[in-house]
Design a protein around this ligand. Structure first.
Ligand SMILES: *Cc1c(COP(=O)(O)O)cnc(C)c1O
Length: 229
């Protein structure tokens, strides 16, 4: 067994244990393997171990990997900040974008999504309290942005994504992730139909699953420590 396949098994065990502890069906939680900075060969090893969904942050790197690995039926998720002038390869290659934080981005992705393939599945990224990065709309902006994104023809709005600042204790982490879930519930009460909460990474996936995550985005625990770039 390669290290990557052993790591994948360990992460899946953590997901199952966390879901059970939360009284949830482990099948409700999808594992997104975050392969940014890792070569195509690492993705190939993870795919050989049964992993299908991969997350990437950098457009050029991701597009090159997708081309190299076109022989595998992989599902690519864009999870990083996206510049409006770089949307086309994402619209053409990816199945999901988790980082929609403004309408212009969504409009371009919808306009550039090729005909004849399924709509691009998207999440609106929200900057919940305590989030270090400046990415994401505010909770107050989320309803208006979700309504506008949901109306675009070639996108399918699935839910919300957040990257809360790492919390020192799991109770604090659960509370931060719980804010995203509460926002999702308010948006659904206001007429949206959001089934996805993309939250939780290598260090805090248990807290995220406790708070209702349906996609956890895990890099380091599968592929190892990334080189600083
Ligand atoms: C890099 C990254 C991850 C994975 O983080 P790890 O701590 O390596 O698991 C998850 N989500 C986003 C948005 C990322 O940029």
């Amino acid at each position: 067994m390669t290290t990557i396949s052993a790591n994948l098994q360990a992460v899946k065990s953590r997901i199952v244990a966390a879901a059970k502890a939360a009284g949830r069906d482990p099948g409700e939680v999808m594992l997104l393997a975050v392969s940014k900075t890792w070569p195509a060969e690492s993705v190939r090893q993870a795919a050989a171990a049964g992993q299908r969904a991969f997350g990437e942050n950098y457009v050029q790197e991701a597009a090159a990997k997708a081309t190299t690995l076109a022989d595998l039926a992989l599902e690519w998720h864009f999870i990083g900040p996206l510049q409006s002038n770089k949307t086309r390869p994402v619209a053409e290659t990816f199945a999901w974008v988790h980082s929609i934080d403004r309408l212009k981005l969504a409009e371009r992705l919808s306009a550039q999504r090729p005909a004849g393939i399924p709509p691009l599945q998207v999440c609106v990224q929200v900057n919940v309290s305590g989030e270090e990065s400046k990415s994401g709309c505010t909770a107050d902006e989320a309803l208006e942005l979700c309504r506008a994104v949901a109306a675009l023809p070639n996108l399918r709005l699935r839910g919300l994504m957040a990257i809360p600042e790492p919390a020192p204790e799991s109770a604090v982490a659960v509370r931060r992730f719980g804010e995203l879930r509460a926002l999702r519930d308010r948006l659904n009460a206001a007429g949206m139909q959001l089934d996805t909460l993309s939250m939780g990474m290598s260090d805090d996936l248990e807290a995220a699953i406790m708070a209702g995550a349906t996609i956890v985005r895990v890099g380091t625990a599968i592929f190892g420590e990334r080189a600083k770039i």
